[in-house]
Design a binder for this molecule. Structure first.
Ligand code: SAM
Ligand code: SF4
Length: 461
């Protein structure tokens, strides 16, 4: 006889959820009694927020007695954590779903659930479009879905299961949900709602728990992470970084994604002064022309942005700087595009994430003509990719002969330990010279645009 079911803990995330409609009862999947805990396969695509949601759901499934993160072949339930930021991400989700319909037919009782941004964007229309979809739920508030799963599998569940042992060194933690910015091209505010920050104490507890399990590097996540505010005390991101920095056993701390508007000197000072906070700043600019930025509703000018970069670089020695750029936004002229090209040359980023503009239904920009032809978007994208390749190569070569700190994350197929520097650059070491989990000082021997090759010096920790 199964032990009493655990009570569902209140949502650990504290995000305000938009209500999602339930599938009509006539279409509920009928799951046979398995006689063992249901096995769940989690799959995600998209940004690091989805990576964090993947981990959060794995824990929630274990709490109710399901085996989280099963291999697909062994699984009873597949959960897709989706992305809606660009159309091609949605296409990938539909492709994965087609694979899963085959998987579902191979054995009766299997079920498919969908969550993440597409679940909110399309809502019940997905249930009509995908007859094999059994569950749809809002990842910010999975309690109702988990309770239904508990009810359906009451005879199979036997109390909470421990999370499987993990050898993870790196982990993401969502510190806030939503975004209040309303950039005209972006669907995130519609599918993730308004900004809601979690209390500092709760985040610190998450960090402690992960560090106890062996995690050494944490990345704090929010779509607009530098507008973080503790709901009780009003503490901002610099104070949150200081609180997390004090957790014993944590080696490295990063944060993503900062909005230029909220990139204040106090944040750069925290990066300079807190030992665990890495010298890496991801500061998406999106475009290098004031009129284009105005149409995107970014609420800063190119000069404002460059001033922030100057302050950041002057405050944080050896800062690694990365950005996001959209090419081919509505009405982007040749001269506006040249502004973006100029900005890339002026700033000299370490990495640039380039995307071609993709119309997102319901956004303000969707009401404007998407008038840069696809071929021209591709040409502009390739042009900037090539330009950035040269800039990155030059920046990486300037590190040759310098000493860098590397957290070894793994070993390549040909036996070379690899990891990342504090600036977030990938570095390869000589075979046999270091083990995963070690923090090593190494001298840079050579560099390509994408990675460094280095030789270890002394053991740092
Ligand atoms: N909050 C961050 C910011 O303000 O830059 C980024 C979050 S957004 C989910 C990640 C990136 O996706 C953006 O920086 C932007 O470059 C890109 N993106 C968002 N909407 C897009 C769209 N409609 N088309 C192409 N790229 C888009
Ligand atoms: Fe989207 Fe702009 Fe918010 Fe970033 S800041 S998530 S681009 S609306």
């Amino acid at each position: 006889m199964a032990a009493p079911l655990p009570l569902l803990s209140p949502s650990a995330r504290g995000f305000r959820a938009l209500p999602l409609p339930q599938r009509p009862s006539a279409r509920q999947p009928i799951a046979p009694v398995l006689g063992r805990p249901p096995r769940v396969h989690l799959w995600h695509i998209g940004c690091q927020m989805n990576d964090a949601d993947h981990e959060m759901l794995a824990e929630r499934f274990a709490e109710i007695g399901c085996l989280p993160d099963a291999a697909l072949d062994d699984a009873d339930l597949a959960v897709l954590i989706t992305c809606a930021v660009r159309q091609n991400a949605e296409q990938k989700v539909y492709g994965k779903f087609r694979e899963l319909t085959e998987w579902k037919r191979e054995r009766p009782g299997r079920a498919i659930a969908m969550t993440g941004c597409m679940a909110v964007e399309h809502g019940p229309a997905l249930l009509g479009k995908l007859p094999d979809l059994d569950y749809l739920f809002d990842v910010r508030d999975p309690d109702g879905f988990l309770a239904r799963l508990q009810a359906i599998h009451a005879a199979d569940l036997d109390g909470p299961l421990p999370m499987p042992a993990s050898d993870r060194l790196l982990a993401y933690i969502s510190v806030m949900g939503g975004c209040n910015e309303m950039c005209t091209y972006c669907i995130v505010p519609f599918v993730r709602g308004r900004e809601t920050s979690r209390p500092v104490g709760e985040i610190v507890e998450d960090v402690q728990r992960l560090v106890e399990r062996g995690v050494r590097e944490i990345t704090l996540l929010g779509q607009n992470v530098n507008s973080y505010r503790d709901p009780g005390t009003g503490a901002g991101l610099p104070e949150l970084l200081a609180a997390v920095d004090r957790v014993p056993g944590l080696w490295r701390l990063r944060f993503l994604t900062s909005h230029p508007r909220n990139a204040v000197p106090e944040l750069f000072e925290a990066m300079r002064d807190l030992p665990t906070v890495c010298e890496q700043l991801h500061l998406p600019v999106q475009a290098g022309d004031d009129e284009l930025l105005r149409r995107m509703r970014r609420l800063y000018t190119v000069d404002d942005y460059l001033e922030k970069i100057d302050t950041a670089r002057a405050t944080v020695p050896g800062l690694g700087l990365t950005t996001d750029i959209i090419v081919g936004f509505c009405g982007e002229t040749d001269s506006e595009f040249l502004g973006t090209e100029r900005l890339l040359r002026t700033v000299g980023y370490d990495v640039v994430h380039l995307q071609a503009y993709s119309v997102r239904p319901g956004t303000a920009a969707a009401r404007r003509p998407d008038d840069v032809p696809l071929e021209e978007k591709k040409r502009r994208l390739n042009h900037l990719l090539e330009l950035q390749r040269g800039i990155a190569l030059e920046r990486n070569r300037s590190l040759i002969g310098q000493s860098v700190e590397i957290l070894v994350e793994g070993v390549t197929e040909d036996g070379r330990p690899y990891g990342r520097t504090r600036q977030g650059k990938t570095a390869l070491l000589a075979s046999g010279s270091a083990l995963p989990g070690e923090l090593r000082e190494a001298r840079v021997l050579s560099a390509s645009a994408w990675q460094l090759s280095a030789a270890t010096e002394a053991v740092a920790a």
